[in-house]
Design a protein around this ligand. Sequence first.
Ligand code: B12
Length: 355
Amino acid sequence: MTNSLSEQLRNSADDAIAMTVEKQCRLHPEVLERFGERGLKAWRTDIRHHIDYLCAAVDSGRDQPFADYLCWVAEVLKSRGVDAQHLNHSLDDLAGFYRERLTGADQARVLGLLATGRQALVKPATLPAEFRHLPPALPQKDAYLDLLLASQRVAAHQLVSECMTAGASLATVNVRIIQAAMYDVGRMWQANRISVAQEHLATAISQYVMANAFSLAEFAEPMARTAIFANVENNHHALGLRMISDAFETAGWTAQFLGANVPDPSLIGQVDALRPDLLGLSVSMPQQLKTTREFIGSLRAEMGQACPPILLGGRTINALDEVWRDLGADLWVADAEQAELLAKNFGADANGRAR
Ligand code: B12
């Protein structure tokens, strides 16, 4: 059996990396002198990421994951003082490598992805695609962001609790203050304006604020509905899923929040044991698209008619139009405010599906 294109890309990744790095070291020995072995290691890692995102694009049948990634990596490198030519050379070398390694439709697909990626780099979008679904922030968002960066945990909690006392719902403060600020945190890291440590600090403070805000939330009458919420394997971004789970709980559901990176077999076992009315899955990076599709396929095969409706969400799902359908899910909503509405109206139509 011939390997799929993404398997071929993964299997040849070591050769592609070695060829690209060796060639550039031959052509530009000053780079090796300047950055040393550590720089070379980082360079190899970068090229592996380029190949990972090529695979994600191939597996999803879309160009956008690779084009979005290139725009992201270009900003990450530029803001850390790496010349834009460095990325261009790597992409040229990868194109040369795949021109020799691949043939026919496979070659055309990969060279096409590299070409559309290069075009996107010429005129990158002003905002990453996931921002399209972010509703306008509350005016308090900037002050909250400042408190995160100043490590003011108690004041951050006070700011959010005052908004709730003034009438904002839990889902609204979660999305329009905390989520919006965390997206800014991500962009600031991308632009090298804050460190990884500051990003971790902001996450830890937001988790604390969210937990306290939950205890201040108003709850609807309990309804006899249960849901499980989990991140697919390798998704370590758990704040968003927590917001979704909390939105369902405040709407009256009983929710089990399983958190980040849940192993597929354990998740299937849990769904089988609890038989919930809904399973919500979070997908945050394009590399998780293929594994999510495979997981949904396995769950449906295992559970047959007893499989609950599957709700998908997360920044990668928001960034790629209609991708939730390609992955075999039943529903999608973009954020926790919409999740709260879905939770309240779930099963309102004749099919038992809200969408
Ligand atoms: C904090 C953070 C982390 C933390 C997460 C800790 C935690 N406990 O959650 C840690 C350190 C683990 C992390 C790791 C990484 N991260 Co990170 N991270 C972030 C950051 C700054 C914030 C994430 C967050 O909390 N957002 C706020 C939440 C509320 O938003 P959300 O997840 O989108 O959720 C909402 C919706 O999407 C939706 N939703 C989410 N899930 C679900 C599920 C369902 C069922 C539904 C219906 C809806 C839904 O509703 C939510 C609420 O409204 C983001 C920036 C960003 N734009 O999000 C980067 C970001 C996502 N990370 C990024 C990167 C690169 C990484 C790493 C690869 C870094 C590394 N080199 O290791 C790893 C990858 C880990 C992995 N495999 O998942 C990049 C991704 C760029 C890209 N090319 O795609 C980003 C965008 C930062 C950036 N601007 O460069 N990260």
